[in-house]
Design a protein around this ligand. Sequence first.
Ligand SMILES: NC(=O)c1ccc[n+]([C@@H]2O[C@H](COP(=O)([O-])OP(=O)(O)OC[C@H]3O[C@@H](n4cnc5c(N)ncnc54)[C@H](OP(=O)(O)O)[C@@H]3O)[C@@H](O)[C@H]2O)c1
Length: 295
Amino acid sequence: MFLVTGATGGLGRRVIRLLRERDLPVRSLVRLNARYAELESRGVDILIGDLRQERDLQRAVQGVQYVISAHGSREAATGNAETIDYRANIELIDQAKAAGVQHFVFISMLGVDRGYDDAPVFKAKWEVEKYLQASGLNYTILRPSGFASNLLPLAEQFRQTGIYLLVGDPLSRTSIVSTDDLARVAVDSVSVEGARNQIFAVGGPEILKREDIPRIFSRIFNREPFLLNPPLLALDGLRSAIGLFNPNLRSSLGTLRTLLANEFFTTPAETARLETTYNFKLETLETFLRRYLGV
Ligand SMILES: NC(=O)c1ccc[n+]([C@@H]2O[C@H](COP(=O)([O-])OP(=O)(O)OC[C@H]3O[C@@H](n4cnc5c(N)ncnc54)[C@H](OP(=O)(O)O)[C@@H]3O)[C@@H](O)[C@H]2O)c1
């Protein structure tokens, strides 16, 4: 039995699809107000609860061999890094260990090891990585770059308007990963021998500049892009203003700023290691988008 947390999220629902296509048994811990109808129709064992409740986590791991921790605090800007990204994972690791789980897959993020001090989600993931490695559980830690599925609403908006909003440096590099490829890597991590007790950077097969994204949209929709490109300073100004009346939100915005101000890409050596270990070829951003957008 697999336990997948975050099963209603962008990554989690793809992990679920893959597991059920392979006819593997899955349990998910979902909140009552989450959209979980698809999970039910795919035959997932639904456990209603909340990752912040120790008792729910304890129930969730009973009879489970494999855990895929794919939950997150939703938005880098407004999320709750301490309770969801940090505490819920620490508790999940403890409960998994107590229940005799065989393998724990943790979705971290690219750049967690760079010591960004103003980014709560990065810090939470880094601390969880260290805790998991010291836990004695078999583990695989995946550090993905930005997900291609995040771009689907922006692509739809571009299809309608031709507008693309790019905050910060258009030349900064990224290697956006196909969310389906990441789901496959997460699922295969429990069975691929070379993945045990390893950390992998997971990006797309090409290093893009951020300005390449509207170019790809333009190619797909055969439409000239209209680029809105405010500087990062605009976010800083907004953040300072917000900090006057909401210090917590100001702090959470640090993660978003870190994501916008830095480069997140995987090197060719990291890509080769991933493709060799998991024995498949990563798809490009354009292939992913065309598959979903039907163009
Ligand atoms: N998106 C990216 O570009 C990116 C890049 C690198 C790493 N990551 C990491 O990859 C993982 C998956 O990201 P994603 O974008 O797929 O996530 P997402 O779409 O933001 O989904 C978050 C999931 O966590 C669940 N969740 C949050 N709080 C919960 C709680 N208290 N109890 C139960 N469930 C709760 C949400 O459930 P509800 O449906 O109830 O809200 C949802 O299923 C996260 O760990 C994220 O940090 C994401």
